[in-house]
Ligand binder design. Structure first.
Ligand code: BMA
Length: 300
Protein backbone atom coordinates (compact mmCIF):
# COMPACT_ATOMS: atom_id res chain seq x y z
CA UNK A 1 0.00 0.00 0.00
CA UNK A 2 1.12 3.49 -0.58
CA UNK A 3 -0.69 6.80 -0.74
CA UNK A 4 -3.31 6.87 -3.49
CA UNK A 5 -4.75 10.11 -4.81
CA UNK A 6 -8.48 9.93 -5.60
CA UNK A 7 -8.90 9.94 -9.37
CA UNK A 8 -11.68 12.54 -9.22
CA UNK A 9 -9.58 15.13 -7.37
CA UNK A 10 -10.20 17.88 -6.55
CA UNK A 11 -13.36 16.82 -4.71
CA UNK A 12 -14.34 20.44 -3.99
CA UNK A 13 -13.43 23.75 -5.54
CA UNK A 14 -14.96 27.23 -5.43
CA UNK A 15 -17.58 26.39 -8.07
CA UNK A 16 -19.10 23.93 -5.56
CA UNK A 17 -19.71 26.69 -3.00
CA UNK A 18 -23.24 28.17 -3.31
CA UNK A 19 -22.08 31.72 -2.49
CA UNK A 20 -19.21 33.84 -3.83
CA UNK A 21 -15.79 32.88 -2.46
CA UNK A 22 -12.20 33.19 -3.60
CA UNK A 23 -11.39 29.60 -2.60
CA UNK A 24 -12.35 26.61 -0.44
CA UNK A 25 -9.50 24.69 1.20
CA UNK A 26 -7.80 23.31 4.33
CA UNK A 27 -10.71 21.37 5.89
CA UNK A 28 -10.85 19.79 9.32
CA UNK A 29 -12.61 16.40 9.18
CA UNK A 30 -14.90 14.39 11.46
CA UNK A 31 -17.50 11.67 11.32
CA UNK A 32 -20.83 12.75 12.79
CA UNK A 33 -23.99 10.61 12.74
CA UNK A 34 -22.81 8.39 9.86
CA UNK A 35 -21.81 11.40 7.80
CA UNK A 36 -18.42 12.74 6.86
CA UNK A 37 -18.22 16.39 7.84
CA UNK A 38 -15.56 18.76 6.54
CA UNK A 39 -15.11 22.07 8.32
CA UNK A 40 -13.83 23.91 5.27
CA UNK A 41 -12.01 27.20 5.19
CA UNK A 42 -13.60 29.56 2.68
CA UNK A 43 -11.58 32.61 1.76
CA UNK A 44 -14.17 35.25 1.04
CA UNK A 45 -13.69 37.82 -1.71
CA UNK A 46 -12.37 40.23 0.95
CA UNK A 47 -9.42 37.88 1.51
CA UNK A 48 -10.58 36.99 5.03
CA UNK A 49 -11.59 33.43 5.86
CA UNK A 50 -14.62 31.83 7.52
CA UNK A 51 -15.78 28.22 7.88
CA UNK A 52 -18.45 26.35 5.95
CA UNK A 53 -19.48 22.71 6.35
CA UNK A 54 -19.43 20.16 3.55
CA UNK A 55 -21.18 16.83 4.17
CA UNK A 56 -21.03 13.41 2.54
CA UNK A 57 -22.36 9.89 2.99
CA UNK A 58 -19.34 8.21 1.37
CA UNK A 59 -16.41 10.51 2.15
CA UNK A 60 -15.92 11.30 -1.54
CA UNK A 61 -18.98 13.17 -2.80
CA UNK A 62 -19.49 16.28 -0.69
CA UNK A 63 -22.18 18.95 -0.71
CA UNK A 64 -21.29 22.37 0.62
CA UNK A 65 -23.83 24.08 2.91
CA UNK A 66 -25.61 27.17 1.61
CA UNK A 67 -24.12 29.40 4.30
CA UNK A 68 -21.10 29.63 6.59
CA UNK A 69 -21.11 27.88 9.98
CA UNK A 70 -18.66 30.22 11.71
CA UNK A 71 -17.35 33.69 10.83
CA UNK A 72 -15.00 36.19 12.48
CA UNK A 73 -17.98 38.54 13.12
CA UNK A 74 -19.70 35.88 15.24
CA UNK A 75 -16.73 35.94 17.62
CA UNK A 76 -18.06 38.97 19.54
CA UNK A 77 -15.64 39.45 22.50
CA UNK A 78 -12.92 37.53 20.69
CA UNK A 79 -13.35 39.40 17.41
CA UNK A 80 -10.15 41.37 17.91
CA UNK A 81 -8.16 38.12 17.71
CA UNK A 82 -9.84 36.87 14.52
CA UNK A 83 -10.73 40.01 12.58
CA UNK A 84 -8.47 39.05 9.67
CA UNK A 85 -10.03 35.59 9.50
CA UNK A 86 -10.39 32.12 10.98
CA UNK A 87 -8.34 29.37 9.34
CA UNK A 88 -7.38 25.70 9.25
CA UNK A 89 -9.49 23.93 11.88
CA UNK A 90 -8.57 20.58 13.37
CA UNK A 91 -11.51 18.63 14.80
CA UNK A 92 -11.11 16.37 17.84
CA UNK A 93 -13.91 14.23 19.24
CA UNK A 94 -13.47 14.10 23.01
CA UNK A 95 -16.28 12.24 24.77
CA UNK A 96 -19.53 13.29 23.11
CA UNK A 97 -18.30 16.73 22.02
CA UNK A 98 -16.35 17.90 19.01
CA UNK A 99 -13.63 20.49 19.59
CA UNK A 100 -12.28 22.77 16.89
CA UNK A 101 -8.80 24.21 17.23
CA UNK A 102 -8.21 26.84 14.58
CA UNK A 103 -6.10 29.83 13.73
CA UNK A 104 -7.36 33.26 14.66
CA UNK A 105 -5.67 35.84 12.50
CA UNK A 106 -5.47 39.55 13.27
CA UNK A 107 -2.97 42.39 13.64
CA UNK A 108 -1.77 40.52 16.74
CA UNK A 109 -0.65 37.69 14.42
CA UNK A 110 -1.87 34.07 14.48
CA UNK A 111 -2.98 32.40 17.66
CA UNK A 112 -4.91 29.23 18.52
CA UNK A 113 -8.65 29.46 19.10
CA UNK A 114 -10.91 26.79 20.64
CA UNK A 115 -14.61 26.11 20.03
CA UNK A 116 -16.85 23.19 20.97
CA UNK A 117 -19.96 21.78 19.32
CA UNK A 118 -22.27 18.82 19.82
CA UNK A 119 -24.16 19.07 16.55
CA UNK A 120 -22.06 21.13 14.10
CA UNK A 121 -24.87 23.71 14.17
CA UNK A 122 -24.23 25.65 17.38
CA UNK A 123 -20.59 26.44 18.15
CA UNK A 124 -19.66 27.49 21.67
CA UNK A 125 -16.66 29.81 21.29
CA UNK A 126 -14.16 29.28 24.11
CA UNK A 127 -11.54 31.77 22.94
CA UNK A 128 -7.76 31.78 22.58
CA UNK A 129 -5.73 28.92 24.05
CA UNK A 130 -2.37 30.41 23.12
CA UNK A 131 -0.71 33.75 22.69
CA UNK A 132 0.63 34.74 19.28
CA UNK A 133 2.46 33.57 17.35
CA UNK A 134 1.14 30.04 17.45
CA UNK A 135 -0.83 27.87 15.00
CA UNK A 136 -1.26 24.31 13.72
CA UNK A 137 -2.84 23.06 16.94
CA UNK A 138 -4.47 19.66 17.37
CA UNK A 139 -6.00 18.17 20.50
CA UNK A 140 -5.53 14.54 21.50
CA UNK A 141 -8.90 12.73 21.47
CA UNK A 142 -8.68 11.47 25.06
CA UNK A 143 -6.99 12.28 28.35
CA UNK A 144 -3.52 10.82 28.80
CA UNK A 145 -2.75 9.88 32.41
CA UNK A 146 -5.42 12.31 33.63
CA UNK A 147 -4.68 15.36 31.45
CA UNK A 148 -5.83 16.74 28.12
CA UNK A 149 -2.99 17.27 25.64
CA UNK A 150 -2.42 19.48 22.61
CA UNK A 151 0.28 19.79 19.98
CA UNK A 152 1.01 23.19 18.47
CA UNK A 153 3.64 25.28 16.76
CA UNK A 154 4.76 28.40 18.60
CA UNK A 155 7.07 30.63 16.58
CA UNK A 156 9.77 32.51 18.42
CA UNK A 157 12.71 34.38 16.92
CA UNK A 158 12.47 32.54 13.64
CA UNK A 159 12.04 29.07 15.15
CA UNK A 160 9.17 26.85 13.98
CA UNK A 161 9.26 23.82 16.28
CA UNK A 162 6.43 21.58 17.44
CA UNK A 163 5.58 21.51 21.15
CA UNK A 164 3.23 19.48 23.36
CA UNK A 165 1.41 20.79 26.43
CA UNK A 166 -1.24 19.61 28.88
CA UNK A 167 -4.33 20.93 30.62
CA UNK A 168 -6.90 19.92 33.24
CA UNK A 169 -9.79 21.60 31.37
CA UNK A 170 -8.71 22.38 27.75
CA UNK A 171 -8.47 26.11 28.64
CA UNK A 172 -5.48 26.39 30.99
CA UNK A 173 -2.26 24.99 29.58
CA UNK A 174 1.17 24.16 30.97
CA UNK A 175 3.71 21.35 31.22
CA UNK A 176 5.25 22.56 27.94
CA UNK A 177 7.53 20.07 26.23
CA UNK A 178 9.51 20.40 23.01
CA UNK A 179 8.60 17.65 20.53
CA UNK A 180 10.54 18.13 17.28
CA UNK A 181 12.08 20.67 14.92
CA UNK A 182 12.69 21.19 11.18
CA UNK A 183 15.43 18.98 9.75
CA UNK A 184 18.21 21.07 8.19
CA UNK A 185 18.99 20.42 4.56
CA UNK A 186 15.85 18.37 3.87
CA UNK A 187 12.30 18.82 2.49
CA UNK A 188 11.29 20.04 5.96
CA UNK A 189 14.18 22.43 6.49
CA UNK A 190 12.38 25.68 7.30
CA UNK A 191 9.11 25.01 9.10
CA UNK A 192 7.08 22.12 10.38
CA UNK A 193 3.60 22.00 11.88
CA UNK A 194 1.15 19.33 12.88
CA UNK A 195 -1.45 18.58 10.23
CA UNK A 196 -4.13 16.24 11.55
CA UNK A 197 -5.60 15.32 14.89
CA UNK A 198 -3.57 12.48 16.51
CA UNK A 199 -4.98 8.97 16.23
CA UNK A 200 -4.28 6.27 18.82
CA UNK A 201 -2.70 3.06 17.54
CA UNK A 202 -1.14 0.15 19.39
CA UNK A 203 2.29 1.49 18.41
CA UNK A 204 1.75 5.10 19.49
CA UNK A 205 -0.08 8.29 18.53
CA UNK A 206 -0.01 8.65 14.76
CA UNK A 207 -0.18 12.14 13.29
CA UNK A 208 0.42 13.81 9.93
CA UNK A 209 2.54 16.94 9.76
CA UNK A 210 3.65 19.38 7.10
CA UNK A 211 7.19 20.33 6.28
CA UNK A 212 8.23 23.45 4.37
CA UNK A 213 11.33 24.27 2.43
CA UNK A 214 11.76 27.74 0.98
CA UNK A 215 13.40 28.44 -2.32
CA UNK A 216 13.78 32.19 -2.84
CA UNK A 217 10.32 33.50 -3.67
CA UNK A 218 8.46 30.22 -3.19
CA UNK A 219 8.02 27.66 -0.43
CA UNK A 220 7.10 24.03 -1.03
CA UNK A 221 4.70 22.38 1.44
CA UNK A 222 4.76 18.57 1.75
CA UNK A 223 3.22 16.04 4.14
CA UNK A 224 4.99 13.67 6.49
CA UNK A 225 3.91 11.35 9.29
CA UNK A 226 5.16 10.83 12.84
CA UNK A 227 4.54 8.44 15.72
CA UNK A 228 4.50 9.63 19.34
CA UNK A 229 4.77 7.75 22.61
CA UNK A 230 1.35 6.75 23.97
CA UNK A 231 2.03 7.94 27.54
CA UNK A 232 4.58 10.68 26.94
CA UNK A 233 3.38 12.24 23.67
CA UNK A 234 6.32 14.68 23.58
CA UNK A 235 8.58 11.70 22.83
CA UNK A 236 8.99 11.12 19.11
CA UNK A 237 9.19 7.39 18.36
CA UNK A 238 9.92 7.97 14.69
CA UNK A 239 8.93 9.81 11.56
CA UNK A 240 8.95 9.37 7.82
CA UNK A 241 12.32 10.37 6.39
CA UNK A 242 10.71 11.23 3.06
CA UNK A 243 7.46 13.13 2.45
CA UNK A 244 4.37 10.96 2.00
CA UNK A 245 2.68 13.43 -0.35
CA UNK A 246 4.38 16.19 -2.39
CA UNK A 247 2.93 18.71 -4.86
CA UNK A 248 3.06 17.02 -8.25
CA UNK A 249 -0.20 17.30 -10.18
CA UNK A 250 -1.47 20.52 -11.69
CA UNK A 251 -4.12 21.05 -8.99
CA UNK A 252 -1.37 20.88 -6.35
CA UNK A 253 1.17 22.96 -8.23
CA UNK A 254 -0.92 25.82 -9.58
CA UNK A 255 -3.25 28.03 -7.55
CA UNK A 256 -3.26 30.95 -5.15
CA UNK A 257 -0.13 29.64 -3.42
CA UNK A 258 1.80 27.36 -5.76
CA UNK A 259 3.35 24.02 -4.78
CA UNK A 260 1.39 23.44 -1.58
CA UNK A 261 -0.01 20.25 -0.14
CA UNK A 262 -1.60 21.11 3.19
CA UNK A 263 -3.77 18.86 5.36
CA UNK A 264 -5.56 19.45 8.62
CA UNK A 265 -8.08 16.63 8.60
CA UNK A 266 -8.29 12.89 8.17
CA UNK A 267 -10.72 10.06 8.90
CA UNK A 268 -9.61 6.63 10.04
CA UNK A 269 -12.09 3.89 9.09
CA UNK A 270 -12.72 0.85 11.30
CA UNK A 271 -10.84 -1.37 8.82
CA UNK A 272 -7.70 0.77 9.08
CA UNK A 273 -8.24 2.67 5.83
CA UNK A 274 -7.17 6.30 6.10
CA UNK A 275 -8.86 9.12 4.20
CA UNK A 276 -6.56 12.13 4.06
CA UNK A 277 -8.30 15.37 3.10
CA UNK A 278 -5.82 17.90 1.80
CA UNK A 279 -5.65 21.01 -0.31
CA UNK A 280 -3.64 21.71 -3.43
CA UNK A 281 -2.11 25.16 -3.86
CA UNK A 282 -4.42 26.72 -1.20
CA UNK A 283 -7.20 26.50 -3.80
CA UNK A 284 -9.23 23.27 -3.55
CA UNK A 285 -10.00 20.17 -1.48
CA UNK A 286 -8.61 16.77 -2.44
CA UNK A 287 -8.66 13.21 -1.10
CA UNK A 288 -5.94 10.60 -0.81
CA UNK A 289 -6.24 7.17 0.79
CA UNK A 290 -3.79 4.90 2.53
CA UNK A 291 -3.72 2.56 5.54
CA UNK A 292 -2.76 2.91 9.19
CA UNK A 293 -0.30 0.01 8.90
CA UNK A 294 1.51 1.62 5.99
CA UNK A 295 1.82 4.96 7.79
CA UNK A 296 3.10 3.27 10.94
CA UNK A 297 5.65 1.31 8.91
CA UNK A 298 7.07 4.61 7.59
CA UNK A 299 7.78 5.77 11.14
CA UNK A 300 9.82 2.76 12.20
C1 BMA B 1 0.45 28.09 6.17
C2 BMA B 1 -0.99 28.36 6.53
C3 BMA B 1 -1.92 27.54 5.67
C4 BMA B 1 -1.54 27.55 4.21
C5 BMA B 1 -0.05 27.29 4.03
C6 BMA B 1 0.41 27.36 2.60
O1 BMA B 1 1.29 28.97 6.84
O2 BMA B 1 -1.26 29.72 6.35
O3 BMA B 1 -3.21 28.04 5.81
O4 BMA B 1 -2.25 26.54 3.54
O5 BMA B 1 0.67 28.23 4.79
O6 BMA B 1 0.22 28.61 2.02
Amino acid sequence: MSIIRYNKNPILSKDDVPFPVNSIFNPGAAKFKNEYVLVCRVEMLTGRSSFVLAKSKDGKNFKVDSKTCLTPDEHKNFNKYVEWGIEDSRVAKIGSKYYLTYTGYSKHMPLVMLAETEDFKKFNLLGPISEPSNKDCALFPEKIDGSFYKIDRPSADGRHDIWVSKSPDLMHWGGYEFLTEPAAGTWEADKIGISTQPVKTKDGWLVLYHGVRGFGISSIYKLGVMLLDLHKPWILIGKSSEPILSPDLEYERIGDVSNVIFSNGWIIEDNGEVKIYYSGADTNICLATTSIEYLISLCK
